[in-house]
Design a protein around this ligand. Structure first.
Ligand SMILES: [Zn+2]
Length: 156
């Protein structure tokens, strides 16, 4: 059982946090399963790090790194990392394939976004797969709500 989708706070600044070797910002610890699920299959064998961290810095090419020197760059993943991409499509929910553009469009057309409600329903139904779909290993709901809020402000 994990605390995904329960409003868990990032471990940023905690003792477990190690700085990214590229941008030197503290990353957040991620589960091995998350890293293994998202790297390109041919890279999986090289994943011998003990503890992995996720770098959230948008401009940094490193997505995962370990204390013992393993680095995984964003082009080595099989998905686009939403917060490291500025051009479309920027994924916000990996489980349901929701992108920022879809949220913008829905709000434009109907005046509101149903993305967060849909995600909440999926979470309730036990279909949340953020841990193995979202590169940060965290629930995407926070980012979805933020995207909805931002769009809302822009369109009003
Ligand atoms: Zn970094």
């Amino acid at each position: 059982m994990t605390d995904c989708c329960n409003g868990a706070s990032a471990a940023c600044g905690s003792e477990e946090t190690k700085a990214c070797p590229s941008c030197h910002c503290p990353g957040i610890p991620v589960a091995h399963g998350t890293v293994e699920a998202l790297v390109q299959p041919e890279l999986r064998d090289g994943l011998n790090g003990v503890t992995y961290f996720f770098c959230e810095t948008p401009t940094c090419p490193v997505v995962y790194y370990s204390a013992d020197g393993v680095r995984v760059l964003k082009q080595q993943l099989r998905v686009r990392v939403g917060n490291k991409e500025t051009d479309d499509p920027t994924p916000v929910c990996y489980c349901l394939g929701v992108t920022e553009r879809m949220i913008h469009k829905e709000i434009e057309q109907t005046g509101r976004s149903t993305a967060s409600a849909r995600i909440r329903a999926e979470v309730r139904a036990g279909n949340c797969r953020c841990e193995v779909e979202n590169p940060s290993g965290r629930c995407c709901l926070g980012e979805v709500l933020q995207a909805e809020k931002q769009t809302d402000q822009v369109t009003r």
